[in-house]
Design a protein around this ligand. Sequence first.
Ligand code: MRU
Length: 371
Amino acid sequence: MELDKKLEKLASRLRIRPIEWLDDGRVRWLDVRLIPWEEVYRETRDYRRLAKAIRDMEIRGAPAIGVAAALGLALAAFHSKASNVGELLKDLEEAANVLRETRPTAYNLFWAIDRVLERARRAASESSSVDDVRNAVIEEAKRIMLEDIEANIRMGEIGAKLIQDGDTILTHCNTGALATAGYGTALGVIRAAVEEGKRIRVIATETRPLLQGARLTVWELVKEGIDVTLITDNMVGYVMSKGLVDKVFVGADRITLDGYVANKIGTYTIAVLANRHGVPFYVVAPTSTIDPRLRGPSIPIEERDPDEVRTVVGKVVITVPEVRVLNPAFDVTPPELVTAIITERGIATKPYEKSIPRILGLKEDDGEKGG
Ligand SMILES: CSC[C@@H](O)[C@@H](O)C(=O)COP(=O)(O)O
């Protein structure tokens, strides 16, 4: 089949395949909670298990979450016992409700679920065969995975043009292969620049509390021989004030129609410091991260388990166990601090309320005004 061939061809370009559909109705993924200590792949036939993997961050990063949710619906379709199309649609809605509850900030999650459900409903309006609808759902999920890899590679090509030979780039959290269906967003741009022969140095922030920078970004870059220096989150001001950073490249979990960017907690601090020190601050994200219904800073922010802050990745308790804790997983960077947003459809610049709708093919006045 055309789609499978394309997917295999693209996947052969990837060094890391973090998530995969297996044709006997299984999903296989790399459990990133265990990186860099162990490389463990897990498998399931049950969309509920996949939902748990998203919630517990065995799979994380907005694009990977979206792909996993789509594959979760493919599992629900594959293993459904429905005897007619109406029952299959009900099973899919039920699975969608479970998957929607996993992580509230990453827009890709909701985008992918809506897209697969829409495809299922369209297939159901065209055919009364359960198998036709089932196959349409599985195909759509695989297409979302394929398009994510394609978008990453395209963003790499577009974004690499912003990087000069010799640049030092600061990045936050993990936006690499481990956050997507493969290749990466902000880290994909860095990867593409290196593939073009540019000599790049990367400064990776450790990204407390779950250390996606120290554990995942460093693991990916070391694996590929890309020059990386690890710093703690509170060293960003120091490295910028010493002139050690040429550009910042980060990813996003949700971008509003007017350019507010929700990303891993600490991104806003980096954006403020970049602005203070005249360092360009670039956001790299596929259009599936842009919420076309939202404007303004009121993006839902996930609050996670306080023990993530009281411990170092659950291994060492670092405080008084009963201390009150704040643990927002993301913050919001306002558009004025964002130099440009790189998508697979091109680069958006200020004013974002004009450039983002243009990239999405929408009218400027679409979307709701947030608080
Ligand atoms: C390409 S990933 C972009 C974002 O999802 C990433 O920067 C991020 O904040 C991930 O957060 P996480 O909590 O690890 O899922």
